[in-house]
Design a protein around this ligand. Structure first.
Ligand SMILES: Cc1ncc(C[n+]2csc(CCOP(=O)(O)OP(=O)(O)O)c2C)c(N)n1
Length: 629
């Protein structure tokens, strides 16, 4: 018999199903997501948790007229399947395949791009206000997790939306988990609501809000009956959401399609903003993920039977960072660690276990993380704050205003810096060097390998000033083993090979690539000086200037945007020092948002692979070029 899922080409096909068919569809969707993600990797547990919820949403609302905004967007696989992208899901997160997050350019059903947490309520309120100004009457729905609700933006938006009395729906998908178990006072508050039974009494507040709505058109008798049934099930009490202006509906079992549909219908009839509290289980339907939802939040390819990873996990920079931090913290009890809901991802698991009182998981709140660190630093602690590069964007003002301006010794570790691969444009860590370089008082470093990360961390702990250390996703280069590691000294680069024809200045993971390129060039009779910049700021002007004056051919290599990074710093140095007649070549990512694909594929596309760079250097070195500086 043909599978139901194969007959779903648009939400209309879901609307036409009976309840038992929808239940069967939920089962098939789960099987399909498991098949795809176990093969490709991707976000698993969150998607398994929203299967019934997504079916119910598409049964009641009509995209693209109605707007559904998926917070973070990592849970949008079911939505993608229902909105005509079932086959494309096979290539999700792959080069030229569909993205792992909602994309407006991918489908009219994706009304807003997401990837970073806690944006959905603001975007939904914006759309609702625009709708009202345009005199339209479509629905706007934000679907947000209890983890994402801990982000400041979500709370700012709730504050505005509640007061505005603008008609919109917030669906709170509460699975008690962020990536790890959720934290904070709000989580505690939700915990109290979770245990409440649905009220059987009709709530007067909701009734009055509904009574005042002019009935547009003639709802069917069945719909009215459903609404009445739903009203009787509402839980309303004096509490946060109600007090700030939302009508609270729930809590409802997020795996019961019938109850979900009933509440969604009710929400359409309520005036003003509605919050529907939906209880789901992360990893639902796949026991291994239900038991380990954090491990299966995002996963590489794995064996479906056992849940074991198909590829052995190699040591990565996050792990090295975490291990070294534990060592340093054993020697210095002023070291504290702060994470914005990324304990495992940033390598802090061991630190948390060993130093529970010096470890702070503060929710998905990067801005708060940095100002909290500033507060601790001013009182004598040494806060270390690992955050992924793209999420540091959130905390930029806090870095400037609270840390750098007061010159406080906060160690800002920028994990997943540079190209991250399959997560795509929202997660690429391309901009951190550019935006941090602008900030006075910051010292910015990037290690060439694991050992240098350890040395930089030890250096940072002692230097008593704001420090940024950026390092990439994954491990060190397996083809290059650096034997020597000079002591880290402020603003000092490291000359790795001496040469007379070409100076290659690289930073971070690009140093290993520079060494490989130098080896190839040496075989072609070129004498190459490789400089490991180590510090983007302060730049080692003396060593760099001396080398450029000698070789008259300088090449820069960095894992980030070409705007305002290492290449820019070297160009500025040349202009400031009136160096002329120099061949200059910059290898960096272009000034655009970088798509998804593997790191290797993207490096090739953006001309950062060794073969291309060697070719370019040889071509430039062989002729007197017009664009010499
Ligand atoms: C600004 C920002 N910080 C961190 C992350 C990393 N991140 C992705 S999903 C997630 C947890 C989200 O939890 P929740 O909203 O409850 O959704 P669930 O996965 O539980 O369904 C985190 C921390 C992010 N996407 N954006």
């Amino acid at each position: 018999m043909a599978k139901l899922i194969e007959q779903i080409h648009s939400p209309k096909d879901v609307k036409n199903l009976t309840l038992s068919e929808k239940k069967e569809l939920a089962k098939e969707i789960r099987e399909y997501i498991l098949e795809v993600v176990s093969e490709n990797g991707g976000h698993l547990a969150s998607n398994l948790g929203v299967v019934e919820l997504t079916i119910a949403i598409h049964s009641i609302f009509n995209v693209p007229e109605d707007k559904i905004i998926w917070d973070v967007g990592h849970q949008s696989y079911v939505h993608k399947i229902i909105t005509g992208r079932r086959k494309e899901l096979k290539n999700i997160r792959k080069l030229n395949g569909i993205a792992g997050f909602p994309k407006t350019k991918e489908s009219p059903s994706d009304c807003f791009n997401t990837g970073h947490s806690s944006t959905s309520i603001s975007a939904a309120l914006g759309m609702a206000r625009a709708r009202d100004l345009a005199g339209k009457d479509n629905s706007v729905i934000a679907v947000i997790g209890d983890g994402a609700l801990t982000g400041g933006m979500a709370l700012e938006a709730l504050n505005d939306a509640g007061f505005s009395q603008c008609k919109m729906t917030v669906i709170l998908n509460d699975n008690e988990m962020s990536i790890s178990p959720n934290v904070g006072g709000l989580n505690k508050f939700l915990g109290k609501l979770r245990t409440k039974k649905l009220y059987t009494k009709t709530n007067n507040l909701v009734k009055s809000r509904m009574n005042k709505i002019p009935i547009i058109g003639k709802p069917t008798v069945r719909a009215v009956q459903k609404i009445k049934r739903a009203i009787k099930q509402l839980v309303i009490q004096r509490m946060f959401f109600e007090d700030i202006g939302f009508t609270y509906l729930g809590p409802v079992d997020g795996h019961n399609i019938e109850e979900l549909e009933s509440l969604l219908i009710t929400s359409k009839e309520v005036r003003g903003p509605v919050l529907i509290h939906v209880l789901t289980k992360k990893g639902k339907g796949y026991e291994i993920a239900e038991k380990n939802p954090d491990k299966f939040h995002a996963t590489g390819p794995f064996n479906l039977e056992t849940g074991e990873s198909k590829k052995a996990k190699k040591t990565d920079y996050s792990k090295i960072f975490g291990e070294k931090l534990v060592k340093l913290a054993n020697e210095n009890d002023r070291i504290v660690a702060i994470t914005a809901s990324m304990t495992d991802g940033t390598g802090l698991k061991e630190f948390k276990q060993q130093f529970p009182y010096r470890f702070f998981d503060i929710g998905i709140a990067e801005q708060h993380a940095i100002t909290l660190a500033a507060g601790m630093a001013i009182e004598g602690m040494i806060p270390v704050v690992p955050i992924y590069s793209s999420f540091y964007q959130r905390a930029y003002d806090q870095v400037i205003h609270d840390v750098a301006m007061q010159n406080l010794p906060v160690i800002m570790c920028v994990d997943r810096a540079g190209c991250v691969g399959a997560d795509g444009e929202t997660h690429q860590g391309m901009l951190d060097m550019a935006f941090f370089r602008l900030v006075p008082n910051l010292t910015i470093m990037a290690p060439k390998d694991f050992k240098e990360l350890e040395d930089m961390l030890a250096f940072a702990v002692n230097i008593k000033r704001p420090i940024v250390i950026r390092y990439p996703r994954g491990g060190e280069d397996s083809e290059i083993k650096f034997e020597k590691h000079q002591k880290i000294e402020l603003g000092q680069a490291e000359i790795l090979t001496e040469g007379t024809d070409i100076t290659i200045i690289a930073i971070g993971k690009m140093v290993a690539k520079a060494m490989k390129i130098a080896k190839i060039l040496e075989k072609k009779e070129k004498s190459v000086e490789v400089i490991n910049a180590r510090f983007l700021k302060p730049l080692d002007e003396e060593k760099i200037k001396k080398s450029i004056e000698k070789t008259k051919h300088v090449v820069t290599m960095e894992d980030g945007t070409k705007i305002n990074g290492l290449g820019t710093a070297v160009k500025e140095l040349m202009i400031d020092n009136n160096l002329s007649g120099i061949n200059m070549q910059e290898f960096a990512y272009p000034d655009e948002f970088i798509m998804h694909g593997t790191v290797e594929e993207l490096e090739k596309i953006y001309q950062l692979d060794e073969a291309f760079i060697v070719k370019q250097i040889l071509e430039k070195g062989s002729v007197e070029n017009e664009d010499n500086i």
